[in-house]
Design a protein around this ligand. Structure first.
Ligand code: ADP
Length: 462
């Protein structure tokens, strides 16, 4: 069932229930009001008749002739002159008076004169007392005349008619309102559905504009940001595939060229040629290994071999391994380590790789004669390793992207002058897998500084 139909139906049912309730209450109230009116009217008539009859009796000391009081028109006879009754007997009124023995002495209908009242009738009746003595029992009842529509009936049916009409009007109005609101409500839902369908078909440029600040506007906003991040992921995926293809193309071309010339006998398989071929194969191997590590880190499935290690020893091992390269560029690597050992629980291979990438970059990007400062400090529950250099630093615009895979500040630089472009991405993946952080910044005096903060006890990673 469509939302429109559902809402219209719901509104109509609510209107129906409300009007039924209202009409029930009105009918009840009308009935009560009429009953109160009828009984108070009856009481009034009874009181009037009691006055008339007791007056008559105290005057005459007998009921003889009292029948004339209930005769049509003004009462005839003596009593009528003295007592002014409540007026002629009303059409629906029956007046019965019995003497103390229970025998009927006055009957406005006339047919019970002389008959005896039953004990029930006597108990229902009102005693007429004169000078403290019961002289008779009076029964006054209003009987609905047959074949005649009573006032109550007329009133009730007119109320019922207007209740029916107002119910019908309310239901129609409610259904129309339901359709109106459903239309308003379903418009953004329809827009969202259409956008989601297009998104599912691969059109990631979907945006839904839902004004306002209600839940649907929130949903539209969430949808838009989801579409945006999907588009971003797709872009990254495409860029990654292109980058991987690009990185593999060069070593493959070198391999192919060399192999073809070897096969054609143009070049002899010298040690130098084979070493260069081996170099290209190694490059590709590292690239593929790095990519695999990265994808594991991304998926949070990097398995860490956590062990208690001295972070100072790990860092100085890395610095020593790069000393030869640094010396070739006349770089001055200074270390600033605490005097005592600083144990941390890490995967030493992974953390060594992180430090190797960072110090390696500092060596690679710092021009000849520059300075590199490697510092280890202990902070609350963690260790901080910073690598600062006097190189060119990182352009401010590149800082937010420096840890993305294949991101290079200098786009023109090829892999011959730089690494795979995965070094920092891998460093970030490994550090975060340990529950740590890595940041890059430029120093005020020039050069860049990379800071790694590692918890001494990482949150256990599978
Ligand atoms: P690459 O293999 O290109 O070095 P990285 O991920 O290690 O890849 O580094 C990404 C980019 O960050 C580098 O291409 C370089 O532009 C910049 N970079 C990294 N370290 C430094 C540094 N110490 N000084 C200046 N630029 C740096």
């Amino acid at each position: 069932m469509k939302l429109k139909t559902k809402l219209a139906l719901a509104f109509a049912v609510i209107a129906l229930v409300a009007t039924l309730l209202a009409s029930g209450m009105v009918t009840l109230a009308v009935k009560n009001a009429f009953q109160t009116y009828v009984s108070s009217h009856q009481n009034m008539r009874l009181k009037q008749w009691v006055t008339v009859f007791s007056g008559y009796y105290s005057e005459n000391q007998t009921w003889a002739g009292a029948q004339s009081l209930v005769a049509a028109g003004r009462g005839r006879g003596r009593g009528a002159q003295v007592h002014r009754g409540p007026g002629p007997v009303a059409a629906r009124e029956r007046v019965l008076l019995a003497d103390p023995s229970g025998s009927v002495v006055v009957d406005s209908y006339g047919d019970k004169l002389g008959a005896r009242l039953s004990p029930q009738e006597i108990t229902r009746g009102t005693e007429i007392k004169v000078n403290g003595k019961t002289v008779g029992t009076l029964l006054v009842s209003v009987e609905p005349p047959t074949g005649l529509v009573t006032m109550e009936d007329i009133f009730s049916s007119s109320v019922n008619r207007s209740v029916i009409w107002s119910s019908l009007l309310a239901i129609a109005l409610a259904a129309a309102l339901g359709i109106f609101f459903a239309d308003k409500l379903s418009r953004p839902i329809k827009l969202l559905t259409a956008a989601a369908r297009s998104l599912a078909k691969g059109d990631l440029e979907q945006k839904v504009a839902v004004p306002g600040s209600d839940e649907l506007a929130d949903l539209a906003e969430t949808f838009n940001s989801m579409a945006e991040s999907l588009a971003e992921t797709e872009q990254l995926r495409q860029a990654l595939v292109a980058d991987v293809a690009h990185e593999l193309r060069t070593p493959l071309a070198v391999l192919r060229g060399n192999l073809e010339s070897l096969l054609a006998g143009v070049t002899k398989p010298s040690e130098e040629t084979l070493a260069s071929l081996h170099d290209e194969v190694l490059r590709m191997t590292y690239l593929v290994r790095d990519l695999q590590e990265l994808s594991l880190a991304d998926a949070g499935q990097l398995h860490l071999n956590l062990e208690n290690e001295d972070i100072i020893k790990l860092t100085s091992d890395v610095v020593s391994a790069l000393e030869f390269e640094a010396a070739a560029k006349h770089l001055d690597i200074k270390t600033d380590f605490p005097t005592k050992s600083l144990p941390v629980t890490v995967d030493s291979k992974r953390i060594k790789q992180v430090l190797f990438n960072l110090v390696g970059n500092a060596v690679r990007y710092t021009p000849d004669g520059g300075k590199i400062n490697v510092r280890v400090t202990e902070t609350n529950g963690s260790v901080e390793i910073s690598i600062a250099d006097t190189g060119p630093g990182i352009p401010e615009k590149d800082l937010p992207y420096i840890f993305e895979r294949f991101y290079r500040s200098d786009k023109a630089r090829t892999r011959s002058t730089g690494g795979t472009g995965l070094g920092l991405a891998i460093a970030k993946g490994f550090v975060e897998a340990h529950g740590g952080t890595i940041t890059a910044a430029n120093q005020p005096q020039g050069g860049s500084v990379f800071t790694v903060i590692l918890p001494k006890q990482p949150i256990n990673q599978g």
